[in-house]
Write a protein that binds this ligand. Sequence first.
Ligand code: GLN
Length: 488
Amino acid sequence: MELHQKTIHEVSADLKAKKLSSVELTKAVMDHLEKVEPKVQAFITITRDEAFKQAAEADKRLATGKDITALTGVPVGIKDLLCTKGVRTTCGSRMLENFVPPYNATVVEKLYSVGAVSVGKTNMDEYAMGSSTETSFYKKTKNPWNLNCVPGGSSGGSAACVSADQAFASLGSDTGGSIRQPAALCGIVGLKPTYGRVSRYGLIAFASSLDQIGPFGKDVEDCAIMMQVISGHDSKDSTSADIPVPDYLGEMRKSVKGLKVGIPKEFFPDGLNKEVSEAVKKAIEELKKQGAEIHEVSLPASPYALAVYYVLAPSEASSNLARYDGVRYGLRVPGENIMEMYSKTRAAGFGPEVKRRIMLGTYALSSGYYDAYYLKALKVRRLIKQDYDKAFEKVDVIATPTAPNPAFRFGEKTGDPLTMYLEDIFTVSINITGLPGLSVPCGMSKTELPIGLQLIGKAFDEATLLRTAYAYEQATEWHKQKPSLKEA
Ligand code: GLN
């Protein structure tokens, strides 16, 4: 196996033992990254020079033997909506084409503080709005398993770069599924933490009550390593929770014997893709074989989740995106007067999906419609939360498909926004409720496209998700398969 194909837990022992230097490792990854990037198109900005500087620093730290973690000297990718000091951060939008933040997001700061190396900023749907990364102003990221298919979204670049071994792990963000769905479509592991578990300081906001930052890894253990570093309270984010962070790696290794796994019938509707439902059911069988108890649970408000999400997320977005007015930062298109400058700037800076969301959200919040849409959505949000609370009185973890289908082809869903929104059907309720969710590879379609199993946990119980996924992963080979990087 080549160096860039390994996992973090495989290379970190060699780094610690000084059998391998971070500069050597970074060179192996960077060379491979640049070689396959014309095919994958996972990055908006590649930070080659900075990466080698960080690697040299990491080697100095490794030489002292002090303050070393599994991530010291390890190359990772960062979604291009996380602020990176001195490195352009575009959010996939023309609006921020020339935005260079003067500070690091807390999660970036945390990765740097343990000596991780950033290889660059990954492609994404514009302002994280989308499920295929096709709304990016910059490029179309390809699915490494079939270059004619989308990688999922909105963190498509972060998922594709890990799947294609261009980085050992990466950071993404998840507002309605943007970590879990691309993880499923690219055959890797992705975790959306509980709302409040990870600081959002320095994350360019889409929908502030739903956004969470989380990791992508080649396997469960690498995700646990990333989670250990990025989790925890931050005084710079008032919604971040002051709750102790467990030892994820230790917890992950515990058995699933006696664990109660809930299966919600609402997530296995008639007409669900056969390959997806079979793969997920087989995965549940495997957990049963290992001693988990399987229980049916009901989440009756689930059919409303997508409607609730597509009122709340655009409403919050319309408010968050009001700041891009050409005055403070970002694009400015001059006009005859200030109103004309505002509208020319926003007309030129935002793409069609972002404009659609701003219009939907502004409408839902406008007087006369506020009660009928926004307030109603908030009420149904509460009902959805109550369903989960009730289910979690009976079970420890809930298992469902991550996405309704394996990866689809470019252009297949761009014509009709509603078919694209349906892609989020199994993921949005986890953001609506703030609960943690993880996607782990659980199968392959006949056309060799990966399928993901979604595990949903109690609030702040990421440890049980990692434990369940790790137990499953140990019994399977899906995470060891490598994508073809071919068109099919
Ligand atoms: N696909 C969903 C949307 O378009 C979720 C995006 C996300 O999680 N950032 O809003």
